[in-house]
Design a protein around this ligand. Structure first.
Ligand code: MN
Length: 430
């Protein structure tokens, strides 16, 4: 199946603003609420959202083997479950329908009025029902920095880290799309020097700059996914902010790992950019520093050159970029992560989400969390309004954006932007 949709020379009759993340070569997938309060699966070109359910009903996908209701759903899980061949046929067909040289929909105002929406008329939803969410810990820089601060500067990386992509199982119930505010969590804290814990709002609320990939189902219960096939199970990627309460985390995480310091909220960008659309941006990842077991040996370019940025805006103020990093710094690639995740036979379903872990780069301005940027609060950041941050304050807005760029094309993810609100009290106390 050729990736016809990636042709960098194609232009669309839908206007695409300069520097848009969504040229006709992107064709991401998402779910949105239309101005008529209908939930549909869609894609996006420039600042125009396209209702794929309506487009299918009008017959524009003739020749592509799809069930009638495949896009008339409130999640992408069934579409993703159809597999890579279907994703490619659909992306290719969308590229054809919106090609500047194709008059069919371009010259049909009645149909255009049905299927096209301005981005400001719609409301993006979570794109998939996330059954299971796993968070890796695959940036060596991040793992080293956290190990230095939380444990022992001389043995920052634990002995297993260079031999396997370490991860924990997270919680999918609290994953929300961009634009949904989150409340500061409360929990057990053990203040420095105290002899017993207290209960209260986290004083060390942090973001984590991550990306996450969404899987399709396919392995059998008990059956590992071999590394050379792993990418066939990856539908695409989103930006991912894995909110973390460092004080809760620090007190609770030994011996079983992250729990309430992590599971109160995670935010994702609403458009899933397919692995196919990212094909031109493949690069080699870091070389393994230890010999790997055969099931983790990956060949070829398995990493992607994705520029990432984080900004923070105080209430009513302008945003300041606090971090610039790149997905390509990740030590363990997605194929290795998925091969490792299933090496014991763990079943992967359509719509499962796997976080990369915080994507810190090698330099201090590329660290992907406040914990690292301020070195546990010892070097506060200055925002645009002159105020300082050791960690995040209520009403701060954190935004992550990401894009890939070469001489031919710019493919982006949009953003995941979230405001922090004060803690909510228990229901009966409000
Ligand atoms: Mn994380």
């Amino acid at each position: 199946m050729p990736k016809f949709a990636n042709d960098p020379n194609r232009r669309s009759w839908v206007p695409v603003p300069k520097k848009s993340h969504f040229p006709i070569q992107n064709i991401p997938f998402g779910v949105f609420l239309t101005r008529d309060h209908v939930i549909t699966i869609g894609t996006r070109i420039g600042d125009t959202a396209i209702d794929l359910g309506a487009l299918h009903q009008l017959g524009y996908f003739d020749g592509v083997p799809l069930t009638d209701d495949i896009f008339l759903q409130d999640t992408l899980n069934d579409f993703i479950d159809d597999g890579r061949k279907t994703w490619r046929l659909v992306r290719n067909k969308i590229a054809e329908i919106f090609d500047n040289n194709n008059p069919k929909l371009k010259n049909n105002k009645e149909h255009r009025d049905i299927v096209l929406f301005n981005m400001d008329e719609i409301e993006m939803q979570l794109p998939v029902y996330i059954g299971d969410y796993t968070d890796f810990y695959s940036s060596k820089e991040h793992a080293t920095n956290v190990g230095m601060m939380f444990r022992d500067p001389d043995n920052a990386l634990l002995p297993n880290w260079l031999h396997m992509p370490v991860a924990y199982h997270g919680r999918s119930s609290s994953i929300v799309p961009s634009g949904i505010p989150i409340h500061r969590p409360k929990g057990q804290l053990m203040p420095k020097g105290a002899s017993k814990p207290t209960y209260g709002p986290s004083e060390r609320l942090d973001f984590e700059l991550e990306m996450a990939f969404i899987t399709t189902g396919g392995n059998q219960f008990g059956e590992p996914i071999p590394i050379e096939e792993a990418e066939d199970y990856i539908f695409g990627l989103v930006l991912f902010n894995d909110w973390s309460a460092r004080d809760i985390q620090k007190w609770e995480y030994v011996p079983l790992g992250p729990f309430l310091g992590k599971n109160f909220a995670s935010s994702i960008s609403p458009w899933i950019v397919t692995l196919d659309a990212l094909e031109p941006f493949r690069v080699e990842g870091p070389k393994p520093e230890k010999p790997l077991l055969p099931y983790l040996r990956s060949k070829g370019k398995k990493s992607f050159d994705i520029n990432l940025e984080v900004s923070i805006a105080p209430k009513g103020g302008t945003a300041k970029t606090v971090c610039k990093s790149n997905f390509k710094h990740m030590y363990w690639n997605m194929a290795q992560q998925l091969a490792h995740h299933t090496v014991n036979g763990c079943l992967i379903n359509s719509g499962d989400m796997m976080g990369s872990g915080t994507l810190s780069g090698p330099t201090p301005d590329s660290y992907g969390s406040m914990l690292e940027l301020t070195w546990a609060g010892s070097k506060p950041l200055k925002l645009r309004d002159g105020t300082e941050r050791k960690f995040l304050k209520d009403h701060d807005t954190v935004s992550i954006t990401g894009h890939c760029k070469n001489d031919d094309v710019l493919i982006g993810f949009g953003d995941v932007t979230t405001q922090i609100l004060p803690p909510l009290s228990p229901k009966n106390k409000r």
